[in-house]
Ligand binder design. Structure first.
Ligand SMILES: [Zn+2]
Ligand SMILES: [Zn+2]
Length: 343
């Protein structure tokens, strides 16, 4: 469905739009003013006139959209006036610099979640609960089958998987922006100080994280190692796109694993040809979604991405909250998440 005519946020062909601010939130096409929740490709598109985003994500954003973009850095919680609207960014706990966008016009407040998670993650600021009259939430993992274990526990499982194969290289596939750094930070928190090797796509993002003072294990691009050096017993982190690519020829008899929320789906690991699957997501699980919706105190909720119909129905039928799925428009916009995004 569309948003009601005249409401504070409108759904346009470019994406979610606030007429009072004259700005779009995570627009799908180039627009004059873009408020960006985070730098994943399905949220941050190039070609906009000016951008607003949280400062800790600046390096990643410029890397992805171009060093020369016109960008206003915003602090979490700071209120800015854009046109007739008061806008603030609040941590979404999703990746470095990720935010929910809160917009108030004439006493009414809307909150747009972007992607978010509720679980602890040492590589980014924790999720901040925010209240609003109307909440637009994502529902990437909006089914009761999705319930996450703490990241620290999953990292401990990964550590034993790695250490259990001293004769083989361990190739761990994880999304290059967010998931990889979260794992490196969790391994550091578990006391690991051994060097982890990185695929170039992961390496590119490391300075942005190191600059922000995120504690991670020591890392080195795998390309810096001499060809002759044995990689047995080493942990290597690479993006899913490198799996079964020529890049893998470098490794002799590797063990492989994929880290993703989608690993909770039966058969997903086998279909994609990984030996092991570790379930870890940078999105909220079912309980996280419900808890967040309730905490906003919103009288109206709109649901985007993933199982938007199911979550909206559950909120209506079980929680007696006015909720509706927000259009198929978003479904086509998920494609990038599958590759360089974040599940
Ligand atoms: Zn996304
Ligand atoms: Zn994302």
């Amino acid at each position: 469905m569309a948003l009601p005519a005249g409401s504070l946020i409108q759904l346009t062909p470019q994406g979610l739009y606030c007429p009072a601010a004259g700005a779009w939130i995570d627009p799908w096409r180039p627009v004059a003013k873009a408020l960006i929740t985070h730098a994943h490709a399905d949220h941050a598109r190039s070609g906009c006139g000016s951008y607003w985003a949280v400062g800790s994500g600046e390096a990643v954003l410029r890397q992805r959209l171009g060093a020369g973009i016109t960008l206003t850095n915003v602090d979490y919680g700071a209120e800015l006036r854009i046109g007739e609207a008061v806008v603030s960014f609040h941590s979404a706990g999703h990746v470095l610099g990720s935010a929910q966008v809160r917009i108030t016009v004439g006493g009414e407040t809307w909150l747009i979640s972007g992607d978010y998670k509720r679980d602890a993650d040492p590589s980014c600021a924790p999720f901040e609960p925010v209240s609003a009259d109307v909440f637009i939430t994502e529902a990437t993992f909006g089914l009761p089958i999705y319930r996450w274990r703490p990241g620290r526990e999953v990292a401990a499982d990964i550590l034993s998987w790695w250490k259990g194969a001293p004769e083989r290289p361990s190739l761990l596939f994880a999304y290059a922006f967010g998931k990889a750094q979260r794992l490196l930070a969790e391994l550091a928190a578990l006391g690991v100080d051994e060097e982890v090797l990185l695929h170039g796509a992961v390496q590119t993002l490391m300075p942005a994280y190191r600059q922000q003072g995120i504690t991670m294990v020591p890392t080195r691009p795998v390309s810096e190692l001499p060809r002759s050096e044995s990689l047995a017993g080493k942990l290597v982190i690479a993006p899913p796109s490198a799996h079964r690519s020529v890049w893998m020829k470098r490794f002799k008899d590797p063990q492989t694993a994929f880290v993703s929320g989608w690993m909770a789906v039966r058969g997903a690991r086998r279909r994609r040809g990984f030996e092991r699957g570790f379930t870890l997501s940078d999105h909220a699980d079912w309980d996280g979604l419900l808890n967040t919706v309730k905490k906003t105190g919103a009288r109206q909720v709109y649901v985007t991405h993933g199982n938007s119909d199911g979550l909206a129905r559950y909120l209506r039928d079980v929680e007696s909250i006015n909720a509706a799925p927000l259009g198929r428009a978003f479904e086509g916009e998920r494609s990038d998440d599958a590759e360089i995004g974040s599940p």
